[in-house]
Ligand binder design. Structure first.
Ligand code: FE2
Length: 288
């Protein structure tokens, strides 16, 4: 496991993850980035550049060519290792497990040697400091790349992972549903997935912005509305499981296998991470 330290960051940082081979979502992200005036050096992708969607090579190069920071998700780990499956942590024989065999094979077959080499060279974690606070970027959990850290997990499970992080703030991905949760004075943040909606019945995908201030870090969740129909058409064009194309267009996941009961019961309920507005600041971490 490798960790790359980015040093002190004193400008806003754009967090995204789970691009999942969705080129149109990345284009929507780049438009958001430009509007927010965030430099490429301050964009971080939390892993799984490819998965359910079809445009694996274009999506990977979209991230790599801009010089955005990125870490390995379980998919990058498996592709780099030449493994036969995605290592997502799906239960063997489950609907997700069976469908993943198809998109993973597609990714392995369509990624260029250069893109695979880029994935192989990514660190497992990033660290940086902002407003005097320590942040660690991971894919699943601190201790395990493909662990699903759902918002509904008991506080103690987050505390153990935060203890292992050596950080005040952990930024994670992998689950696909955004949230920010405070555990005492520390924080666990998931920006959500860029490449597929959050199972909330809308076509929105999620990213976040961390903004330094004199009193700490402000975390804001942001919803984007990419061109899901073009991404869905690409999935169907390449013969990938149509359930993912349907998921893009309905905003509902094709299988709820991996979801705990709390997240499962929220299926189809539009996420509202900021009350009336998706772009207002949500949380502030008080500087120590
Ligand atoms: Fe993942």
């Amino acid at each position: 496991m490798t960790t790359l330290d980015l040093g002190a960051l004193d400008r806003p940082v754009l967090i995204c993850g789970g691009a999942y081979g969705n080129l149109q979502a990345l284009e929507a992200l780049a438009a958001f980035q430009a509007g927010a005036g965030i430099a490429d050096s301050h964009v971080i992708h939390t892993g799984d550049a490819v998965a359910y969607c079809a445009d694996t090579e274009a999506a990977t190069q979209f991230i790599a060519s801009r010089g955005w920071h990125a870490i390995k998700g379980n998919v990058e780990e498996q592709i780099a290792a030449g493994a036969q499956d995605c290592g997502c942590g799906f239960e063997e024989g489950s609907a997700c497990d069976v469908a993943s065999a198809r998109w993973y094979a597609h990714a392995a077959a369509t990624l260029s040697p250069a893109s695979k080499a880029w994935m192989a060279g990514l660190p497992s974690h990033l660290t940086f400091r902002m407003s005097g606070l320590r942040a660690r970027v991971v894919h699943g959990s601190v201790s395990q790349t493909n662990r699903f850290m759902w918002a509904s997990l008991p506080e103690g499970e987050f505390a153990v992972e935060l203890d292992a992080s050596g950080a005040d703030l952990v930024i994670a991905g992998h689950t696909g549903i955004p949230f920010t949760r405070f555990i005492g004075e520390r924080c666990w943040h998931n920006s959500g997935a860029l490449g597929i909606p959050a199972n909330d019945g809308t076509r929105r995908v999620w990213v976040s912005v961390l903004t330094p201030s004199s009193f700490g870090i402000t975390i804001s969740h942001h919803a984007l509305e990419p061109d899901v129909h073009t991404a869905a058409a690409a999935i169907r064009r390449d013969g990938l499981p149509a359930r993912y194309a349907d998921g893009l267009e309905t905003g509902l996941w094709p299988s709820l296998d991996i979801l705990p009961q709390t997240e499962r019961s929220a299926t189809g309920q539009a996420l509202s991470l900021d009350g009336a507005s998706f772009s207002h600041a949500r949380q502030v971490i008080a500087a120590k």
